[in-house]
Design a protein around this ligand. Structure first.
Ligand SMILES: CC(C)(COP(=O)(O)OP(=O)(O)OC[C@H]1O[C@@H](n2cnc3c(N)ncnc32)[C@H](O)[C@@H]1OP(=O)(O)O)[C@@H](O)C(=O)NCCC(=O)NCCS
Ligand SMILES: CC(=O)OP(=O)(O)O
Length: 329
């Protein structure tokens, strides 16, 4: 059974409520309708009833299988409850006026449904850039205990090859400590996807072949990651170049003593430039399917889509988000 079939089996019939803030986007609507028709999740779509009705009709779906919230029609009492909750959660950083303004934005509204427990998770970002999608979650849901920063990983797969790439989505300029945390978060993600993690801390240098402060950062991050997760210590290595990380012959030449080089399956990038460009090269030129970004380290599941996502990508990310929500129940 494929990994996705296993996730589907786990979430089916669990009535997991996922909010889809982008009800104006046809890919999102078709995905929400498909997920409801297959009984995988109970979608809460923010948008206009007639558009959703039209798509639901194509699948002979009645609207009690999909909840629709038209922001223009939300009762004042509900808005007040949500605005108060925002002010409380922000603890002096956001006033009531701003809270009401935020609630007009579908991503803030959807995030608050999750924060208040009215939804189990959120999937957005098909038509919003990452910053606008995840900022409400950073401000309102915040990080899970033990995580100082969130990060975004992709599962990259082609045939029976499956890798984790991170951080490809969130932290623009990372220090050694953040890179170490991303490695540990990514190891957890790898295990969820059936990968026994071997983590390469990537650089343009292998084992000190180049001297630069960017290399020192990766060496330090490798040391910190081993300290953060001693049980993974012999499965993390860096600084490694990508070829040394994946190609056995190159590993023999560049890092013959490494237990990870040549066999790495989790790639931790030293900056968002490298991570985001790297995953898109593997996807668009390498023919890998890119599943994600899967947000790591948030207290409740919120997933950001790439704006290049197809309807099927939305379905897959929703299935992962529902599985994360189920694991937290
Ligand atoms: C994620 C991102 C939007 C946050 O930026 P921002 O909103 O300017 O962040 P700010 O520094 O103003 O912080 C806003 C809040 O989020 C928190 N935050 C920011 N980055 C965080 C992170 N990685 N983990 C946890 N919390 C974070 C801050 O602590 C702050 O919380 P506070 O308001 O309670 O004090 C920004 O880092 C970004 O744009 N990243 C790149 C996204 C992108 O384009 N990726 C490529 C496509 S996927
Ligand atoms: C993850 C990512 O790169 O998202 P987008 O393509 O929407 O910028």
């Amino acid at each position: 059974m494929s990994l996705f079939d296993q996730f589907k089996e786990q979430i089916k019939g669990q009535n997991l409520r996922l909010v889809f803030p982008e009800g104006e986007d046809s890919r999102v609507l078709r995905a929400a309708v498909e997920l409801a028709a297959e009984g995988l999740v109970h979608p809460i779509v923010l948008g206009d009833t007639s558009a959703i009705q039209a798509v639901a009709k194509e699948r002979d779906l009645t609207l009690d299988q999909i909840e629709i919230i038209d922001l223009a029609l939300v009762a004042d009492s509900q808005k007040e409850r949500m605005a108060q909750a925002i002010v409380e959660r922000r603890n002096g950083k956001t006033d009531e006026k701003t809270a009401y303004k935020w609630l007009k934005d579908v991503n803030y509204f959807g995030t608050m449904l999750v924060q208040l427990g009215d939804a189990d998770g959120m999937v957005s970002g098909a038509s919003h850039p990452t910053g606008d999608t995840v900022r409400p979650a950073l401000q309102l849901i915040k990080t899970a205990p033990g995580s100082r920063r969130i990060s975004g990983a992709f599962i990259m797969q082609k045939g029976d090859q499956r890798f984790v790439f991170a951080d490809c989505a969130i932290n623009i300029d990372i220090d050694a400590e953040t890179m170490a945390q991303i490695a540990v978060q990514s190891a957890r993600t790898a295990k969820v996807f059936g990968i026994d993690p071997k983590m390469a801390m990537l650089s343009f240098s292998t084992k000190g072949s180049a001297k630069a402060e960017q290399v020192d950062k990766v060496v330090q991050a490798t040391k910190l990651a081993k300290e953060l997760a001693p049980e993974l210590a012999d499965k993390i290595d860096g600084d490694l170049q990508f070829d040394a990380a994946v190609v056995e012959r190159v590993a023999q030449a560049k890092a013959p003593d490494s237990a990870v080089a040549g066999q790495a399956n989790v790639f931790v990038f030293p900056s968002l430039e490298a991570g985001n460009i790297g995953y898109k090269i593997a996807q668009r030129l390498g023919g890998f399917e890119a599943i994600g970004p899967i947000l790591q380290g948030l207290a409740k599941p919120v997933s950001d889509l790439s704006r290049g996502a197809s309807k099927d990508d939305v379905v897959k990310v929703a299935i992962i988000t529902a599985a994360q929500a189920l694991a937290q129940r």
